[in-house]
Design a protein around this ligand. Structure first.
Ligand SMILES: Nc1ncnc2c1ncn2[C@@H]1O[C@H](COP(=O)(O)OP(=O)(O)OP(=O)(O)O)[C@@H](O)[C@H]1O
Ligand SMILES: [Mg+2]
Length: 289
Protein backbone atom coordinates (compact mmCIF):
# COMPACT_ATOMS: atom_id res chain seq x y z
CA UNK A 1 0.00 0.00 0.00
CA UNK A 2 1.37 3.40 -1.01
CA UNK A 3 1.00 6.71 0.77
CA UNK A 4 1.04 9.99 -1.15
CA UNK A 5 3.55 12.32 0.50
CA UNK A 6 4.14 15.98 -0.35
CA UNK A 7 7.04 17.70 1.37
CA UNK A 8 7.71 21.42 1.09
CA UNK A 9 6.16 21.65 -2.37
CA UNK A 10 6.06 25.04 -4.11
CA UNK A 11 4.99 26.07 -7.58
CA UNK A 12 4.99 29.58 -9.04
CA UNK A 13 3.50 30.88 -12.24
CA UNK A 14 5.43 34.03 -13.05
CA UNK A 15 5.27 36.08 -9.87
CA UNK A 16 2.33 34.16 -8.43
CA UNK A 17 3.01 31.47 -5.83
CA UNK A 18 0.14 29.11 -6.58
CA UNK A 19 1.42 26.49 -4.12
CA UNK A 20 3.69 27.64 -1.31
CA UNK A 21 5.65 25.19 0.85
CA UNK A 22 2.84 22.66 1.13
CA UNK A 23 3.35 19.38 3.00
CA UNK A 24 0.85 16.66 3.72
CA UNK A 25 0.57 12.87 3.65
CA UNK A 26 -2.36 10.82 2.50
CA UNK A 27 -2.33 7.38 4.09
CA UNK A 28 -3.23 4.52 1.80
CA UNK A 29 -6.92 3.70 2.02
CA UNK A 30 -8.00 7.11 3.27
CA UNK A 31 -10.61 9.46 1.90
CA UNK A 32 -8.76 12.75 2.18
CA UNK A 33 -10.13 16.23 1.52
CA UNK A 34 -8.16 19.09 0.01
CA UNK A 35 -10.17 22.26 0.39
CA UNK A 36 -9.84 26.03 0.30
CA UNK A 37 -11.39 29.08 -1.33
CA UNK A 38 -11.16 29.74 -5.06
CA UNK A 39 -7.59 30.10 -6.26
CA UNK A 40 -6.18 28.38 -3.16
CA UNK A 41 -4.02 26.04 -5.25
CA UNK A 42 -6.03 22.81 -5.05
CA UNK A 43 -6.15 22.01 -8.77
CA UNK A 44 -2.50 23.01 -9.07
CA UNK A 45 -1.64 20.37 -6.44
CA UNK A 46 -3.44 17.77 -8.59
CA UNK A 47 -1.57 19.00 -11.65
CA UNK A 48 1.72 18.63 -9.78
CA UNK A 49 0.92 15.13 -8.51
CA UNK A 50 -0.12 13.95 -11.98
CA UNK A 51 2.93 15.40 -13.75
CA UNK A 52 1.05 18.04 -15.75
CA UNK A 53 3.20 20.67 -14.03
CA UNK A 54 6.54 20.20 -12.28
CA UNK A 55 7.04 21.64 -8.82
CA UNK A 56 9.84 24.17 -8.30
CA UNK A 57 11.00 22.81 -4.95
CA UNK A 58 10.03 20.06 -2.54
CA UNK A 59 9.17 16.44 -3.22
CA UNK A 60 6.11 14.42 -4.15
CA UNK A 61 6.28 10.68 -3.62
CA UNK A 62 3.80 7.88 -4.08
CA UNK A 63 5.03 4.96 -2.03
CA UNK A 64 8.69 4.73 -2.93
CA UNK A 65 8.24 6.44 -6.31
CA UNK A 66 9.44 10.01 -6.78
CA UNK A 67 6.81 11.52 -9.09
CA UNK A 68 8.82 14.56 -10.20
CA UNK A 69 10.51 13.00 -13.24
CA UNK A 70 7.38 11.21 -14.46
CA UNK A 71 5.27 12.33 -17.41
CA UNK A 72 1.47 12.13 -16.91
CA UNK A 73 1.18 8.76 -18.69
CA UNK A 74 3.82 7.29 -16.38
CA UNK A 75 2.06 8.70 -13.33
CA UNK A 76 -1.06 6.86 -14.49
CA UNK A 77 0.98 3.68 -14.80
CA UNK A 78 2.11 3.86 -11.18
CA UNK A 79 -1.55 3.86 -10.18
CA UNK A 80 -2.74 7.46 -9.99
CA UNK A 81 -5.88 8.51 -11.86
CA UNK A 82 -7.85 11.74 -11.77
CA UNK A 83 -10.94 13.54 -12.90
CA UNK A 84 -10.97 17.15 -14.07
CA UNK A 85 -12.70 20.21 -12.71
CA UNK A 86 -14.06 20.85 -16.20
CA UNK A 87 -15.65 17.67 -17.54
CA UNK A 88 -13.57 16.03 -20.23
CA UNK A 89 -15.53 13.31 -21.94
CA UNK A 90 -15.18 12.12 -25.51
CA UNK A 91 -18.33 13.74 -26.81
CA UNK A 92 -18.59 11.64 -30.00
CA UNK A 93 -18.43 8.37 -28.06
CA UNK A 94 -21.10 6.49 -26.15
CA UNK A 95 -21.08 6.14 -22.39
CA UNK A 96 -19.56 2.65 -22.61
CA UNK A 97 -17.00 3.67 -25.24
CA UNK A 98 -15.82 6.49 -22.97
CA UNK A 99 -14.82 3.82 -20.47
CA UNK A 100 -13.27 1.46 -22.96
CA UNK A 101 -10.93 4.05 -24.48
CA UNK A 102 -9.50 4.75 -21.04
CA UNK A 103 -7.60 1.51 -20.90
CA UNK A 104 -6.24 1.38 -24.42
CA UNK A 105 -2.81 1.89 -22.86
CA UNK A 106 -3.33 -0.86 -20.37
CA UNK A 107 -4.37 -3.56 -22.74
CA UNK A 108 -2.21 -6.61 -22.40
CA UNK A 109 -2.65 -7.30 -26.08
CA UNK A 110 -0.08 -5.46 -28.14
CA UNK A 111 -0.68 -3.98 -31.52
CA UNK A 112 0.13 -7.11 -33.53
CA UNK A 113 -2.27 -9.18 -31.46
CA UNK A 114 -4.99 -6.65 -32.03
CA UNK A 115 -4.29 -6.63 -35.76
CA UNK A 116 -4.56 -10.39 -36.10
CA UNK A 117 -7.52 -10.58 -33.72
CA UNK A 118 -5.82 -13.21 -31.60
CA UNK A 119 -7.31 -14.90 -28.58
CA UNK A 120 -5.44 -12.60 -26.16
CA UNK A 121 -7.09 -9.61 -27.72
CA UNK A 122 -10.57 -11.02 -27.33
CA UNK A 123 -9.91 -12.05 -23.75
CA UNK A 124 -8.78 -8.56 -22.95
CA UNK A 125 -11.75 -6.97 -24.61
CA UNK A 126 -14.04 -9.20 -22.63
CA UNK A 127 -12.35 -8.30 -19.36
CA UNK A 128 -12.45 -4.61 -20.17
CA UNK A 129 -16.09 -4.81 -21.16
CA UNK A 130 -16.90 -6.64 -17.93
CA UNK A 131 -15.10 -4.06 -15.79
CA UNK A 132 -16.72 -1.19 -17.69
CA UNK A 133 -20.22 -2.59 -17.17
CA UNK A 134 -19.48 -3.26 -13.50
CA UNK A 135 -18.42 0.35 -13.01
CA UNK A 136 -21.42 1.69 -14.93
CA UNK A 137 -23.62 -0.31 -12.57
CA UNK A 138 -21.97 1.23 -9.51
CA UNK A 139 -22.97 4.62 -10.83
CA UNK A 140 -26.40 3.51 -12.10
CA UNK A 141 -25.42 4.22 -15.68
CA UNK A 142 -25.70 0.72 -17.16
CA UNK A 143 -28.94 1.44 -19.01
CA UNK A 144 -27.31 4.40 -20.71
CA UNK A 145 -24.29 2.37 -21.89
CA UNK A 146 -25.06 2.84 -25.58
CA UNK A 147 -26.28 6.42 -25.36
CA UNK A 148 -24.06 9.29 -26.46
CA UNK A 149 -22.16 10.54 -23.41
CA UNK A 150 -23.46 14.05 -24.07
CA UNK A 151 -27.04 12.86 -23.54
CA UNK A 152 -26.31 12.31 -19.83
CA UNK A 153 -27.34 15.00 -17.37
CA UNK A 154 -24.43 17.00 -16.00
CA UNK A 155 -24.19 15.13 -12.69
CA UNK A 156 -24.03 11.78 -14.47
CA UNK A 157 -21.32 13.04 -16.81
CA UNK A 158 -19.25 13.69 -13.68
CA UNK A 159 -19.97 10.16 -12.46
CA UNK A 160 -18.96 8.80 -15.85
CA UNK A 161 -15.63 10.60 -15.53
CA UNK A 162 -15.05 8.88 -12.21
CA UNK A 163 -15.97 5.52 -13.72
CA UNK A 164 -13.55 6.18 -16.57
CA UNK A 165 -10.74 7.01 -14.15
CA UNK A 166 -11.48 3.71 -12.37
CA UNK A 167 -10.94 1.76 -15.59
CA UNK A 168 -7.22 2.36 -15.09
CA UNK A 169 -7.38 0.36 -11.86
CA UNK A 170 -5.80 3.15 -9.85
CA UNK A 171 -4.53 2.85 -6.31
CA UNK A 172 -5.01 6.59 -5.82
CA UNK A 173 -7.94 8.53 -7.26
CA UNK A 174 -7.86 12.33 -7.39
CA UNK A 175 -11.31 13.89 -7.76
CA UNK A 176 -11.53 17.59 -8.67
CA UNK A 177 -14.94 18.93 -7.67
CA UNK A 178 -16.93 15.78 -8.49
CA UNK A 179 -20.09 17.19 -6.86
CA UNK A 180 -20.09 20.42 -8.85
CA UNK A 181 -23.58 21.03 -10.18
CA UNK A 182 -25.14 18.15 -8.23
CA UNK A 183 -28.23 18.68 -6.12
CA UNK A 184 -28.55 17.45 -2.53
CA UNK A 185 -29.75 13.95 -3.40
CA UNK A 186 -27.14 13.45 -6.11
CA UNK A 187 -24.40 14.60 -3.74
CA UNK A 188 -25.61 12.11 -1.11
CA UNK A 189 -25.41 9.37 -3.73
CA UNK A 190 -21.91 10.45 -4.66
CA UNK A 191 -20.79 10.11 -1.03
CA UNK A 192 -22.00 6.52 -0.98
CA UNK A 193 -20.33 5.78 -4.30
CA UNK A 194 -16.98 7.23 -3.20
CA UNK A 195 -17.04 5.09 -0.05
CA UNK A 196 -18.06 2.03 -2.05
CA UNK A 197 -15.17 2.50 -4.50
CA UNK A 198 -12.68 2.92 -1.68
CA UNK A 199 -13.87 -0.21 0.09
CA UNK A 200 -14.28 -2.41 -2.96
CA UNK A 201 -11.02 -1.49 -4.71
CA UNK A 202 -8.79 -0.68 -1.66
CA UNK A 203 -8.49 2.78 -3.09
CA UNK A 204 -7.05 5.97 -1.68
CA UNK A 205 -9.12 9.04 -2.56
CA UNK A 206 -8.16 12.71 -2.53
CA UNK A 207 -11.19 14.90 -2.90
CA UNK A 208 -11.09 18.55 -3.94
CA UNK A 209 -14.55 19.93 -3.35
CA UNK A 210 -16.42 23.10 -2.45
CA UNK A 211 -19.55 21.19 -1.52
CA UNK A 212 -19.21 20.91 2.26
CA UNK A 213 -22.07 18.43 2.50
CA UNK A 214 -19.80 16.02 0.60
CA UNK A 215 -16.46 17.06 2.13
CA UNK A 216 -17.59 16.92 5.74
CA UNK A 217 -19.67 13.81 5.14
CA UNK A 218 -17.11 11.61 3.45
CA UNK A 219 -13.56 12.82 4.26
CA UNK A 220 -11.70 11.33 7.20
CA UNK A 221 -8.95 13.95 7.16
CA UNK A 222 -8.82 17.39 5.59
CA UNK A 223 -6.04 19.72 4.49
CA UNK A 224 -6.90 23.38 3.93
CA UNK A 225 -5.09 25.75 1.58
CA UNK A 226 -5.51 29.49 1.12
CA UNK A 227 -3.49 31.52 -1.37
CA UNK A 228 -1.28 28.48 -1.90
CA UNK A 229 -0.42 28.05 1.77
CA UNK A 230 -1.52 25.50 4.34
CA UNK A 231 -3.78 27.10 6.93
CA UNK A 232 -5.24 24.05 8.68
CA UNK A 233 -5.21 20.27 8.81
CA UNK A 234 -7.29 17.85 10.81
CA UNK A 235 -10.54 15.98 11.12
CA UNK A 236 -13.69 17.48 9.58
CA UNK A 237 -14.77 18.74 13.02
CA UNK A 238 -11.38 20.35 13.71
CA UNK A 239 -11.19 22.03 10.33
CA UNK A 240 -14.76 23.22 10.32
CA UNK A 241 -14.24 25.30 13.47
CA UNK A 242 -10.68 26.41 12.80
CA UNK A 243 -10.44 30.22 13.04
CA UNK A 244 -8.10 30.51 10.03
CA UNK A 245 -10.47 28.42 7.92
CA UNK A 246 -13.45 30.53 8.88
CA UNK A 247 -11.46 33.68 8.17
CA UNK A 248 -10.29 32.38 4.78
CA UNK A 249 -13.79 31.56 3.64
CA UNK A 250 -15.40 34.66 5.07
CA UNK A 251 -12.51 37.09 4.82
CA UNK A 252 -12.68 39.94 2.34
CA UNK A 253 -10.57 39.26 -0.70
CA UNK A 254 -11.67 42.21 -2.70
CA UNK A 255 -9.20 41.87 -5.50
CA UNK A 256 -10.51 38.40 -6.32
CA UNK A 257 -12.61 38.80 -9.43
CA UNK A 258 -14.02 35.29 -9.16
CA UNK A 259 -17.60 35.56 -8.02
CA UNK A 260 -18.29 31.97 -7.10
CA UNK A 261 -20.15 32.40 -3.84
CA UNK A 262 -20.23 28.68 -3.05
CA UNK A 263 -16.43 28.73 -3.01
CA UNK A 264 -16.50 31.40 -0.36
CA UNK A 265 -19.05 29.85 1.97
CA UNK A 266 -17.57 28.84 5.33
CA UNK A 267 -17.40 25.09 5.79
CA UNK A 268 -19.74 25.03 8.78
CA UNK A 269 -22.41 27.15 7.16
CA UNK A 270 -22.23 25.25 3.92
CA UNK A 271 -22.48 21.90 5.66
CA UNK A 272 -25.71 22.90 7.32
CA UNK A 273 -27.42 23.99 4.15
CA UNK A 274 -29.38 21.29 2.50
CA UNK A 275 -30.90 22.78 -0.61
CA UNK A 276 -29.58 22.50 -4.14
CA UNK A 277 -28.22 26.03 -3.92
CA UNK A 278 -25.60 24.88 -1.44
CA UNK A 279 -24.29 22.30 -3.84
CA UNK A 280 -24.32 24.25 -7.08
CA UNK A 281 -20.66 25.03 -7.35
CA UNK A 282 -20.07 24.36 -11.02
CA UNK A 283 -17.58 26.79 -12.33
CA UNK A 284 -14.81 27.01 -14.82
CA UNK A 285 -11.33 27.68 -13.54
CA UNK A 286 -8.74 28.89 -15.96
CA UNK A 287 -6.02 26.80 -14.45
CA UNK A 288 -6.49 23.50 -16.21
CA UNK A 289 -4.08 22.89 -19.00
N1 LIG B 1 -1.13 27.54 -15.68
C1 LIG B 1 -1.28 28.61 -14.91
N2 LIG B 1 -0.76 29.81 -15.25
C2 LIG B 1 -0.89 30.88 -14.45
N3 LIG B 1 -1.52 30.88 -13.27
C3 LIG B 1 -2.07 29.71 -12.87
C4 LIG B 1 -1.99 28.52 -13.65
N4 LIG B 1 -2.61 27.52 -13.01
C5 LIG B 1 -3.08 28.06 -11.86
N5 LIG B 1 -2.77 29.36 -11.79
C6 LIG B 1 -3.09 30.27 -10.69
O1 LIG B 1 -2.73 29.64 -9.48
C7 LIG B 1 -3.68 29.92 -8.45
C8 LIG B 1 -4.24 28.64 -7.92
O2 LIG B 1 -5.07 28.09 -8.92
P1 LIG B 1 -5.84 26.71 -8.75
O3 LIG B 1 -6.57 26.47 -10.01
O4 LIG B 1 -4.87 25.69 -8.31
O5 LIG B 1 -6.85 27.04 -7.58
P2 LIG B 1 -8.03 26.15 -7.00
O6 LIG B 1 -7.79 26.04 -5.54
O7 LIG B 1 -8.16 24.90 -7.78
O8 LIG B 1 -9.28 27.12 -7.23
P3 LIG B 1 -10.80 26.79 -7.64
O9 LIG B 1 -11.49 26.37 -6.38
O10 LIG B 1 -11.29 28.09 -8.14
O11 LIG B 1 -10.78 25.73 -8.69
C9 LIG B 1 -4.71 30.84 -9.07
O12 LIG B 1 -4.36 32.17 -8.78
C10 LIG B 1 -4.58 30.56 -10.56
O13 LIG B 1 -4.96 31.65 -11.33
MG1 LIG C 1 -9.61 24.10 -8.96
Amino acid sequence: MSDLVLEGVSKSFGGLRAVADVSFSVKAGRIFGLIGPNGAGKTTVFNLVTGVYKHDVGSIRFGSTNLLPLAPAKVAEVGIARTFQNIRLFTQLTVLENLLVACELQKRAHLAAAFFRTKVHYEDEELMHHRAMELLEVFGLQDAADEPSTSLPYGNQRRLEIARAMMLKPKLLLLDEPAAGMNYGEAEGLKTQIRWLRDKFDLTVVLVEHNMQVVMGVCEEIHVLDHGETIAHGTPAEVQNHPKVLAAYLGGDDDDDDDDEAGKAPPGAEAKKTGPASTATAKDAGSEP
